[in-house]
Structure formats: C-alpha cells, structure tokens
Design a protein around this ligand. Structure first.
Ligand code: FAD
Length: 502
C-alpha cells in the first residue's frame, strides 16, 4: 500500500484579517477531508487593525463561506462602497470617481470608450462618469443592490464594503471555529527548521508547547515571522516606484449621511483617506517620509480633521514591495507577510483572497512538488506587479505643482510593463491586458480619464458614424442612468432599512 502523502496538519500563524480569512476558507474547502487546521495568534501582539475599505471580490469571498451581504454589513458595522473619489489628485479642485462597474455599453465589438472619444473628437465632450451607474449612484448618495437580471449593461455595476476590519476578522474567526479550526493564543518564540530540507518542523510557544505541522501559512503580518525570520525568502523593495512608506491612522465621529464611496484627498506629501462606517469614520494620512517629517504629517492631518478625531493618530511604517518567494519550502505567506504596496485602491485584502485561492488550486502533498511552488510564486509576482503598475499610474499622472512629492511622483521611471500599456493607450486608445490583472479595463479607463490622459484619436472604424445619431445615442444612455438612479433609496435609507446595527 502507498504511504499516505497527504498534508494532515496545517498551521496558520497569525490571527489578523489574513489569518482568519485563510482559516475560514481552507476549513470550508477541506471540510470532511481530515485536514486539521490550527491557528496561533498572540493577543499580546495584536493586529495591524486597519483595512477598512474593500473591493467587490470580498463579497464573492464571504459568499463562498455561506455569508450574505446584509449580514456581513451588519456584523461589521459596514457601509456600501461604490468606488473611490479622488479629490485634488490632478490639481487642486479636481475630482473624479473610480467606480466599480463599467462605463456605457460596448457595441459591434468596439469598446464604449471609443464611441465616447469619437463624440469628443466631434466637438461634444461629455463627462465619462455620466455613463456609469455606480458613479451616478455615488454622486447622488443613493444605493440599491444591482438587479440580478439587468435590462441592459447600463445597469451593470458592482459594490464593495467599508467595514470594521477587527469585526470582520471576528466574523471570520467564528466561521472558522464553527468549521473545526483550533485556536491557540500564545506567542511564538522560536521556529524550528530541518537542517537538511530547510523545512519548518515546529513552533515553540511561550507557554512551553511545541506545535508541529506539515504545511505552515505565515499570516504574521509585517513580522514575516516564518517566511523571512526563519526562511529568509527575501523582499523586493519598490519604494523607488511607490514613494509613500508611512501612514497615520485615526478614527473620528460618524458622518451623516454616510457617502457610498471612499474619499481620498491629495495632501502635501501623500493623500488622506476618509472611510465612513456606521459607528465611526476612519481617517488616515499616507505619506512619504522622504518628503515630510512625521511631526509635520501629523500636524497636516490634525489641521484637516483634528476636530473630528476621537483618538490620537497611530503611526504605521511600511516598505512598499513584495516577498521574493511568497512560498518557500513548506511555508506560504499570505497577507502583509507576503508584501504590501500601500492602502490606495484597497488591494491588500483582495490579495489575501487571491493568495488563498492560489493555495487551494496548488495545494501540495507532504512531499512538496517544486513545480507547484514555482507556479505559486510566478502567479503571485505577476499579480502583484500588475497591481503595482495600476497604483503607480495614479501618482505618475498627477499635474500638481505645489510640492516636491508630487513632482517626484511624475518623474518616476515607469516599469516596462506599465510604460507599454500607457503608450498603447495614448497612441491607439487600446487597453493592454496581461494575465493576473486584478483591475479590469473599466478601472484603467476611470484613472486615465480622471487624470485627463486621453488618446489623440479613436477607433477609425467609427469614422463613418453619423455624429448627430451618436450624440442622441449617448444622451439616451446618460438619461437611462439618471432615471434609474432617481428611483433608488438613499444610501442612508438602505443601511437603516436592511443593515443597521441595533
Ligand atoms: P496583522 O493584522 O498584522 O496580523 C498579524 C497576526 O500575526 C496577529 O494576529 C499577531 O498577533 C500575529 N503574530 C505576529 N507575530 C507573532 C508571534 N511571534 N506569535 C504569535 N502570533 C504572532 N487593506 C485593504 O484591503 N483595504 C484598506 O483600506 C487597507 N488599508 C490599510 C491601511 C494601512 C495604513 C495599512 C498599513 C494597511 C492597510 N490595508 C488595507 C492592509 C490590511 O490592513 C492588511 O492586509 C490586513 O489587515 C491583513 O493583515 P495581516 O493579517 O496580514 O497582519
């Protein structure tokens, strides 16, 4: 008989958002298989405790665990996020929304934005946001869940949540523990490795116990306790592309009515987030320590929102970049231990979701196949680079001239992958898509248009179009959206009716 080569004991280190999401999802996936999952966290160390804005993939994630939108909104004191409003990023006074969902309607296999550009070239410049239901809802402060059978693609939009990350981790913990995950509250003092294979064999805890396992998932956050502390997987520093490396996080009073979008406001050496929850408003300043001192950054934050704060801001330091090998030996890093870009566009929790998905797809046997490890690392690298490029674009396209920070952002040398994309956009209005793109063409379009970076021309296939009928067609789209929005409840009414915390 063949020896049983299956992984039997899986150990997750860390009980932040990453640890509990991983535990809940793997427990559900391996239900009934005999896989034992243990999670070790230290309540004395605590978690990062930010991460309040998400993207729509989070809904697919918790739905796969049997959780419903309204229950999660309620359990996490959440609100609806239809997109992000960028204030002052292009120049002072500028504002645009990056929505979740498409703009307009593609026709004859030609993307909508080509029609929009054609009309523009013909002398009628309309606001791209008027062709997005998510933008229209966000601007009007209204919300309803998307129709399951939309009458047209004009009604297609998506939404995500603003939530209390601590409450979300607790929800994940309850889900994981119900599915049989064992929790140990202790500090790991030493990581034992096998001298021959380099694999992790056990974790020594401060209570004197040793926890053994076949496979370890490092969710220890910036500590990278296993993946870096023990296995020295290495870190690729991207701070020459992404200048922000600090954040000040604080909480303020409730915003009424709560906007259904995250607000990100340009500041002297970075940007400030405003995230409305049902019981508080999250505020934070993300900045570059090369361009402003911590004290000056705090003074800037306090000048903007100090009157609203319920607490002194907490400082968090990070190095934008990624772990060179997110999977090394018998250890897979998920969450902040695998890297962090910065909070803009709320990608970190989404990267936790895809990390878990990849691990499920490539789940190894006890004798670990190096092919699977290489695949995981290759997918992770590509995915993280695609997200990195998208974030860099936001800074690179700014036209602010007030501080060295914004000028330096403009003079960053773009990675080749991004430079090629931008050229194709400028020359042909074409969206290049690579594998492992987290952000779809509509998101890129929102950023290009929001920063007024538009191609000179349009698809020549539209040269023969009759401009007056194109103009009427697009006016019809705008009206259809405006009419649909007018019938929706306000975001506040929606929360009060369906997801209000008692
Ligand atoms: P942590 O929350 O740090 O958890 C680490 C865990 O490891 C803890 O349980 C700790 O106790 C445990 N641990 C560490 N060392 C030991 C030890 N020796 N023994 C035992 N246990 C140990 N993401 C988003 O998607 N949206 C956002 O809006 C967003 N905003 C952010 C803003 C800022 C300023 C920052 C820094 C991050 C933000 N993120 C955001 C990222 C998000 O916070 C993280 O992705 C998420 O919280 C996951 O963190 P984690 O679980 O990897 O690490």
């Amino acid at each position: 008989m063949q020896p049983d080569n299956r992984i039997r004991d899986l150990v997750i280190v860390g009980g932040g958002t990453a640890g509990w999401m991983t535990a809940a999802s793997l427990a559900e996936h391996f239900r009934g298989s005999g896989l034992k999952i243990t999670l070790i966290e230290s309540s004395a160390i605590g978690t990062v405790g930010v991460g309040e804005a998400t993207i729509p993939t989070i809904r697919r994630f918790y739905q796969s665990l049997g959780l419903r939108d309204l229950d999660v909104l309620k359990a996490t004191h959440g609100t609806v996020k239809l997109g992000i409003r960028f204030d002052g990023w292009l120049h002072d006074g500028s504002s645009f929304i990056h929505p979740f969902g498409v703009f307009g309607q593609d026709l004859r296999n030609i993307p909508f934005h080509q029609y929009w550009l054609r009309l523009r070239a013909g002398g009628e410049a309309t606001d791209l946001g008027d062709y997005s239901l998510a933008v229209a809802l966000a601007r009007a402060g209204r919300f309803t869940t998307p129709s399951p059978n939309p009458p047209s693609t004009l009604s297609v939009f998506d939404w995500a949540l603003h939530f209390d990350a601590g409450l979300f981790a607790q929800l994940m913990r309850r889900t994981a523990e119900r599915a049989g995950v064992r929790r140990i509250d202790a500090r790991i003092e030493k990581v034992e490795t096998d001298a021959g294979s380099g694999h992790i064999t056990g974790l020594l805890l401060d209570n004197g116990d040793t926890v053994r396992g076949d496979l370890f998932v490092d969710c220890s956050g910036f500590h990278g306790l296993l993946i870096e502390g023990a296995l020295k997987a290495g870190y690729e520093d991207w701070s020459h592309w992404l200048l922000c490396d600090r954040a000040l996080a604080a909480q303020g009073h409730v915003t009424s009515p709560p906007p259904a979008f995250t607000r990100v406001t340009a500041h002297k050496a970075g940007w400030r987030w405003t995230i409305p929850l049902q019981h508080r408003t999250g505020h934070g300043y993300v900045y570059s320590s090369r361009h402003i001192s911590d004290a000056a950054a705090e003074a800037e934050l306090l000048a903007a929102v100090g009157a609203d704060l319920k607490m002194a801001p907490r400082r968090i330091t990070f190095t934008p970049g990624r772990r060179r090998q997110a999977w090394k030996g018998n250890c897979v890093a998920i969450g902040l231990s695998s890297g962090f870009l910065e909070p803009l566009e709320s990608t970190s929790i989404a990267l936790i979701e895809t990390g878990i998905e990849k691990l499920k797809q490539l789940f190894p046997a006890r004798e670990i196949d190096p092919f699977l490890v290489d695949e995981y690392n290759d997918w992770s690298r590509r995915e993280m680079e695609r997200v990195r490029d998208f974030i860099i674009l936001h800074y690179w396209l700014n036209r602010r001239d007030d501080t060295a920070f914004w000028r330096d952002c403009r003079s960053v040398a773009l990675p080749d992958t991004l430079a090629g994309k931008v050229e194709m956009w400028k020359r042909r209005g074409h969206m290049v898509r690579y594998r492992w793109e987290m952000f779809q063409p509509a998101s890129w379009l929102a950023i290009y248009a929001g920063f007024d970076c538009l191609p000179d021309g349009y698809d020549p296939g539209l040269d023969g179009m009759d401009l007056p009928s194109l103009s009427r067609g697009l006016a019809g789209m705008r009206k259809g959206i405006a009419d649909a929005v007018a019938d929706c409840p306000t975001h506040e009414e929606f929360i009060d009716r369906y997801a209000k915390v008692d």
